[in-house]
Design a binder for this molecule. Sequence first.
Ligand SMILES: O=C(O)c1ccccc1NCC(=O)[C@H](O)[C@H](O)COP(=O)(O)O
Length: 204
Amino acid sequence: MKVKICGIMDKETAHAAVNFGADALGFVFAESKRKIDKESAKQIIDSLPEEVQKVGVFVNESKEHIEQIADYTGLTMIQLHGEEEEHFIQALSLPVIKGIPFQNGISTILQKSKADSVLLDAPKGKYRGGNGQRFEWQEARDLGLEVKNLILAGGLTPENVEEAIGVIRPSMVDVSSGVETEGKKDHQKIKKFIENAKTGVVSE
Ligand SMILES: O=C(O)c1ccccc1NCC(=O)[C@H](O)[C@H](O)COP(=O)(O)O
């Protein structure tokens, strides 16, 4: 099982996550309590091993803005959480993860998606993501969602990630709030989350 830790804001957390086995790290450039500036993101990204995916999270930004930040910081993937259209997704020069809230008509939305991966998240809360809310995994499973490169997110924690993997069988799990304590990334929770996700079997 692959793991993405989102909302990275400092080098120590980035390196702790990588040492515990994270496959991808997320940097939020959208409106969020976890928003990072491009200079800080670049400093962290420059210090990371090549094999780790560096994912930039954006909401309804222009192609120029996204690509300028991606070039400057060294992002390797773009994650979109707004109303970005399929032609916009296809025009971006880096692989794209499309964040999609679990909602009515999700099967059709997923089938139409031209993104490289789809991140199935909880419905919108205060922000477009990172709200620590989960959705009904069983409802998603009952829809028989057949998606290649499905990333499961939304309210995952070290305690529930194994169950979530068993129900949804994604190729990657993503977490932000569930590995925080009082709004800050908690290294012990990150360790536990990665351990539990990676023993939750289901791979590739
Ligand atoms: O994390 C944020 O603050 C955020 C803000 C705006 C758009 C997207 C955002 N995060 C995207 C993610 O990949 C989160 O990890 C995902 O939504 C799950 O978050 P959580 O439920 O807190 O684990």
